[in-house]
Design a protein around this ligand. Structure first.
Ligand code: BMA
Length: 875
């Protein structure tokens, strides 16, 4: 097999606007226009509206290339586009090779007959996606759309739906050659796909844990590894031709296992017994061990070779009938896991640029740092880049993968289904070897939408046509896609929609997709429904796959798109960087319920982040308390990241800056976590242990008044069994919380330590009322900075020792001109407490200047709620 990459620099042409500029492959039209300064940054100010012409017009990519002679001598020469976004005609040496219409698939063209040794001329002509969407609406005479933020007609297009606008995303549909382009040449046969999968044989030694269901011990009796190799060839009598396949498996410790078998037909199955296996675990349970598999076909010489990584692990979605309805949880190698994580949207409006900027690594590393073990790739985005899954495999993070359909009725005609089948086949085959991939899910919120449309539908009013589309839905998401999974990836579970109750067929649209007793749920009464965040405590769910709360990003991020004169929550630019209708006003309204609002906009942004973090923590506490008997087994908040700088539900902003929520997540997703339920007359403490071993704990708690007097204190000692949540006890507070004023001025501090080594696992606090009614004093924080780690060039890590003599709420470390990640942030301290915080990944916001200790020290501020509220403008 000969291989030749066509990545690099091509030309990008727009005839209508007489533009001819260089463009990167992989890359995109928007990225090239920004780089060549043809357009101003579309993220800045209101520029989003100035660049409409870009996606309303057509673009042409061109390149010339010569080949090495050994290439043209081969019988087959394939030109492969790993991704074209989206509607294109491909020409080579003026011959039309074909049309493309799906951003999510690779296109292969056999170009043997038109390829020259020298001076090949390749042209890809892209048509405007928005013009195409309007054409489709006209053609089918139905205005299929998402019903809100996005441009109309997009359900007709197999192109990332978010790029046409979402309630957190701008309308910037990009175009171009967004993945690699390559040529490969071969004679008679090549490897089409290699699919390793393993079957686990658990020993029957069951252990009983804490009155729960029976959980198999993780001792694995044996593992059988199967490898299915598909060969592509038009040779007849393959078995007589002497071809062989060699499979070489390298274990994480370098041990090599090989197997060689003759090729007798196009499907080869290799079977191996794996002794002493290294299992793949999520990072919170163990090591995400990866094996490597190298598959080669040869006769006298090597014909083709393919290398990939895989993991030995068994993942299952368990849906068993129980007293509430039906369970919904995953087991990993027999261990039931509480999924902790967030929803993932595409990394950038211009995805290839985001990849170049390192956003995949950064966002996923931050997810792991925040103790997340599962990410849901949401259906309004894309099947992610290979790189994304490679990173999840390596970091030990599970992936819930939606097929890319969201919030809309989709076409129901055969040609559309044909396109989807091809798309699904390609992507299932591309991704199924990844151990991180836990679940295929049909779509985002469409089953739920049918609940609504069974009452009325403004898009399709004729009930007969509506039924036709509903049957189309059932066909696609309950027949076509699950059948393909059964055929191509039979060991992985399929779930029809998120949320779904799991009842399929005639029940679509009739039974509640968001049932608290079956399947997964999206809970939006807080935020969209305007309810206080204490409403989370009233909603039980088997697995909560979406719930969210908005905040502003860091002021540094806001300044990247907003000039100083518009730095206010309701100016046109801030309103444009908020895509949920009246979202900024809502942020302010919610924040005001909790805090005194200062005049200063930066302080408002910080308070909005604290309100968001408190909200999500409330929800997670409740659902983690409910983990016994598998009542609730997952919490994935909406949303991890942003695709541009914006006010949204994310915990990481577009530049990777941690909002307060991300620091909170690091605490509330810790495998051993204390949660607290405060009520007027009582306070109860809970500990969740998601580890495989029991922990012997001691919880110290104290209740103070706002004058630093300790009113009550105590200790709970307890052994917390693995995979369980335990209520440690209830404290009666009716004697101290007699009046509203008492409630407002009392605070609980608590810390959990491991009894055997006094190691503090978790610290927390809780007020009985909104923080704004607690009378705070200036904590006059004492700071002591130390260099912690440096190399010969600069400081890598510093330590800050923070001491307080007063109650200090939401202590936060920040800097106007520096970025860093703190070991903890936005925490509260009791009188006399000292905390040591480490800052790593320290860098200047706008320069690569080296970091000097004195400069870092001068730029860092440590403040608290007292400073945010002391000059408040309104209540
Ligand atoms: C959910 C998602 C998204 C949306 C988010 C916030 O339901 O599935 O479609 O962006 O809510 O409204």
């Amino acid at each position: 097999m000969e291989y030749f990459s066509l990545d690099g620099k091509w030309q990008l042409i727009n005839h209508q606007y007489s533009i001819k500029i260089p463009v990167k492959i992989p890359g995109s039209v928007f990225e090239a226009l920004i780089e060549q300064k043809i357009i101003e940054d579309p993220f800045y100010g209101l520029n989003e509206y100035k660049v409409k012409w870009v996606y309303e017009s057509n673009w042409q990519y061109e390149t010339k290339f010569d080949l090495l002679p050994n290439f043209t001598e081969k019988e087959n020469v394939i030109l492969r586009f790993n991704g074209l976004d989206t509607f294109a005609q491909v020409y080579l040496n003026k011959n039309l090779l074909g049309n493309t219409e799906n951003m999510f698939v690779a296109y292969n063209f056999n170009i043997k007959s038109i390829l020259k040794e020298k001076g090949n001329f390749l042209v890809v002509k892209f048509k405007s996606p928005t013009v195409k969407a309007r054409d489709e609406i006209k053609k089918y005479n139905i205005n299929l759309n998402t019903g809100y933020a996005a441009l109309p007609g997009i359900p007709y297009l197999r192109k990332a739906q978010y790029s046409f606008g979402w309630d957190w995303g701008p309308k910037l549909p990009d175009m171009g050659v967004w993945k690699s382009v390559e040529l490969f040449a071969y004679n008679n046969l090549k490897i089409d796909s290699v699919y390793p999968y393993s079957i686990f044989n658990y020993n029957k030694d069951f252990i009983q844990i804490n009155n729960q269901d029976y959980i198999p011990s993780k001792k694995i009796a044996s593992i059988k590894l199967y490898i299915i190799i598909k060969i592509e060839s038009n040779l007849e009598n393959l078995s007589d031709l002497g071809y062989k396949i060699n499979v070489k498996i390298t274990s994480p410790d370098g041990e090599i296992l090989t197997e060689e078998i003759p090729v007798e037909n196009l499907n080869v199955k290799v079977e191996l017994n794996i002794e002493n296996p290294y299992l793949w675990w999520t990072h919170d349970l163990g090591i995400p061990n990866l094996y490597e598999i190298e598959t080669s076909i040869f006769n006298e010489i090597l014909i083709d070779k393919c290398t990939q990584k895989f993991g030995l692990r068994d993942i299952q979605l368990i849906t068993n009938k129980d007293k509430w309805g039906e369970t919904f949880y995953f087991t990993l190698n027999g261990i039931p896991i509480f999924a902790k994580g967030a929803n993932w949207i595409p990394i950038d409006s211009f995805i290839p640029r985001g990849k170049r900027l390192g956003l995949y690594e950064n966002n996923l590393k931050c997810a792991k740092d925040a103790n997340m073990n599962m990410i849901r790739v949401w259906g309004g985005g894309i099947y992610e880049n290979d790189y994304f899954y490679d990173l999840c495999d390596k970091l030990g993070i599970l992936v819930w993968q939606d097929f890319p359909f969201a919030c809309s009725i989709y076409p129901d005609y055969e040609d559309f289904f044909k396109i989807i089948k091809e798309e699904a086949i390609q992507n299932i085959k591309r991704l199924r070897h990844h151990p991180s991939l836990a679940l295929w899910c049909g779509n985002n919120e469409i089953e739920w939408l049918w609940n609504m449309y069974s009452k009325s539908c403004d898009i399709i009013e004729d009930p007969d046509i509506l039924i036709k589309y509903k049957n189309g839905y059932i066909n696609l998401f309950e027949v076509i896609l699950p059948d393909l999974i059964k055929e191509l990836d039979p060991l992985r579970s399929y779930w029809p929609s998120s949320p779904s109750n799991g009842f399929v067929g005639l029940n679509v649209g009739i039974s509640d997709s968001n049932s608290p007793n079956h399947g997964d749920s999206h809970f939006w009464a807080v935020w969209h429904g305007g309810k206080p965040f204490s409403a989370y405590r009233k909603f039980n769910s088997r697995f909560i796959s979406e719930f969210g709360f908005e905040s502003f990003p860091s002021i540094k991020t806001i300044k990247s798109f907003c000039p100083p004169e518009q730095l206010k929550f309701n100016t046109p630019i801030l309103e444009n960087h908020q895509k949920n209708s009246a979202g900024n006003t809502k942020i302010m309204r919610y924040t005001k319920r909790r805090f005194l609002i200062p005049e200063d906009f930066e302080k408002q942004t910080i308070l909005s982040q604290i309100a968001q973090a408190e909200a999500i923590e409330y929800g997670v506490e409740h659902w983690r308390q409910n983990r016994n008997e598998f009542h609730c087994m997952g919490a994935l908040y909406w949303q991890l990241n942003d695709c541009w700088p914006v006010a949204s539900w994310s915990s990481l902003d577009y530049y990777g800056r941690w909002k307060a929520l991300h620091y909170f997540a690091k605490r509330f997703y810790h495998p051993i976590f204390v949660s607290v339920k405060e009520e007027k007359n009582s306070v109860s403490f809970w500990v969740s242990n998601d580890k495989t071993k029991s922990v012997n704990t001691r919880l110290n708690w104290k209740i103070y008044d706002s004058n630093n007097n300790i009113l009550k204190k105590g200790i709970f000692k307890s052994i917390i069994e693995p995979f369980s949540s335990k209520m440690l006890g209830i404290i009666d507070v009716s004697d101290i919380n007699k009046t509203k004023k008492d409630l407002q001025n009392h605070i609980i501090f608590y810390s959990l330590e491991e009894k055997d080594n006094n190691n503090i696992i978790h610290r927390g606090f809780r007020l009985f009322d909104a923080p704004k009614s607690f009378s705070l004093k200036d904590p006059e924080l004492e700071l002591n900075f130390q260099e912690n780690e440096k190399n010969e060039f600069e400081i890598l890590e510093i330590k800050i020792c923070i001491k307080t003599n007063q109650i200090a709420l939401y202590v936060f470390i920040n800097a106007d001109t520096l970025d860093f990640i703190a070991s903890d942030n936005y925490f509260s301290m009791e009188p006399g407490e000292t905390r040591v915080i480490k800052l790593k990944d320290i860098r200047f916001v706008k320069s690569n200047k080296k970091l000097i200790f004195k400069e870092i020290k001068e730029r860092i501020h440590v403040r608290s709620l007292y400073d945010l509220q002391k000059e408040y403008a309104f209540e």
